[in-house]
Design a protein around this ligand. Structure first.
Ligand SMILES: [Cu+2]
Length: 437
């Protein structure tokens, strides 16, 4: 399909006194996917959900309406907001409404997303289509060279259809993490985009429940300028980029002249069973970009995007170890030996302190770790210092890897969740509660 019109930017219901109010309604939707009609779930009838486009400083209220036949709620993934407003343990019954408020902080320019967080139901609701992007813009977005870039928002979301509905999870789907046979970009298979020569900016979101994407554009470097909800300090040139469930990446491509660029998904083994069977050695095509117009050489890249302070080890007041685990009989996934219980506080931290967490994965499969509310920096992986600084909310912990992260607990108090973002694992217990006070 050529030049899809996705995403439509969601128009606020009200835009008064600097407060924007949006409404997202989770509902059943009859959609046309890869040429087949299927009953899926959507927000406001759009698959993926509509784009919430914000600026730093905006005060935002999102009204969530549950028109499903089961409980659901909304998690505004990655946004720095009060744990009492995030409230992922609070669900709306069918027909009910919930409200979420936050302010897009100065320095929070980046990409975020929304999806359900009703424990035990997250996997299926998201696999059936419930996810959408949020972008917060800051001063960097309104200055050269980014103002001249052609921006494409790419939501990666796999799904599987069967007899006009979304195929069920069965057997080992809950252990391995189900990968749908339809790998979609913005709800379409292998879309094409016409773009002019110059700077191409891809805002990528992995909204799949379990699938990893090892991204590459043959012949081009991926100039990574942002991860999750933050710019990097300066572009980092990569040959390929691993995007794990829940993660976002902001990438610039120097599209110097006319031609075709292909965005590929290369094989990656996240389990001992090897890469996905549907990802050939040479990669699977996700999307193509048809570049036209006069050659532009060189394409200017931004030099300096922001400062990210390094965390002074002298300011770290506590360290914690989180160890992943699980069993096949019964099928469950654990952190520090426990499955999730929302009535139990698993960890505590002092407001205003900075902690170092070592996340230990002794298992034979990767798990993407996500912490709500508080962004963190990766310090090292198996003792190897991280090559560049970034504020993140998701980090992949490879099989048999130990990753150290530093987390400043500033700005808010309350109970926040941390969990594996392979949502099958989260629903099967791989989640905990942290009380910050
Ligand atoms: Cu996991």
């Amino acid at each position: 399909m050529k030049n899809s019109h996705y995403p439509a930017t969601l128009i606020p219901d009200t835009d008064q006194e600097g407060t924007l109010q949006f409404t997202l309604t989770a509902q059943q939707t009859l959609a046309s996917i890869a040429g087949a009609e299927a009953r899926i779930l959507s927000y406001n009838g759009s698959f993926p959900g509509p784009l919430l486009e914000l600026k730093e400083g905006d005060r935002v209220q999102v009204i969530f309406k549950n028109s499903l036949e089961e409980p659901s709620n909304l998690h505004l993934h990655g946004l720095f907001m009060s744990p009492g407003e995030d409230k992922p343990h609070v669900v709306a019954a069918p027909g009910e409404t919930l409200s979420y408020q936050f302010e897009a902080q100065a320095g929070s320019a980046g990409m975020y997303w929304y999806h359900p967080h009703a424990h035990g139901r997250v996997t299926r609701q998201l696999f059936k289509g419930l996810a959408g992007p949020i972008i917060v813009r800051g001063s960097q977005d309104f200055s050269e060279p980014l103002t001249s870039a052609t921006e494409k928002i790419l939501v990666l979301h796999d799904i599987q259809l069967q007899h006009g509905v979304v195929a069920p999870h069965e057997g080992m789907d809950w252990g391995r993490g189900k990968e749908g046979n339809l790998v979609l970009v913005n709800g379409e298979q292998q879309p094409s985009f016409d773009v002019p020569a110059g700077l191409l900016r891809l805002r990528l979101l992995n909204a799949s429940t379990a699938r990893y994407y090892q991204l590459q554009i043959p012949g081009k470097l991926l100039q990574l300028i942002g991860l999750d909800g933050s710019y990097l300090e300066r572009p980092v040139a990569l040959d390929k980029l691993l995007l794990v469930p829940g993660e976002r990446a902001d990438v610039l491509i120097e599209a110097t002249g006319a031609g075709v660029l292909k965005l590929l998904n290369l094989p990656y083994s996240r389990t001992p069973m090897g890469p996905s069977a549907d990802t050939p050695e040479e990669g699977a095509l996700l999307a193509r970009f048809d570049i036209s117009g006069e050659a532009v050489t060189p394409v200017a890249l931004p030099q300096k995007l922001r400062e990210i302070p390094s965390i002074d080890p002298g300011t770290v007041t506590a360290t914690k170890t989180l160890t992943f685990g699980g069993s096949m009989q019964p099928l469950e996934f654990t952190i520090n030996g426990k499955t999730f219980d929302h009535h139990r506080i698993d960890l505590e931290a002092t407001a205003g302190s900075t902690e170092v967490w070592e996340i230990v994965n002794p298992m034979g499969m990767d798990h993407p770790f996500h912490l709500h509310t508080f962004p963190f920096q990766v310090l090292s992986r198996n003792g190897v210092p991280e090559p560049f600084r970034a504020w993140r909310d998701v980090v992949n912990i490879k099989a048999n890897e130990r990753v150290k992260i530093a987390i400043p607990f500033s700005g808010y108090t309350g109970s926040v969740m941390y969990h594996c973002h392979i949502l099958e694992h989260e629903d099967k217990g791989m989640m905990g509660n942290l009380l910050v006070q």
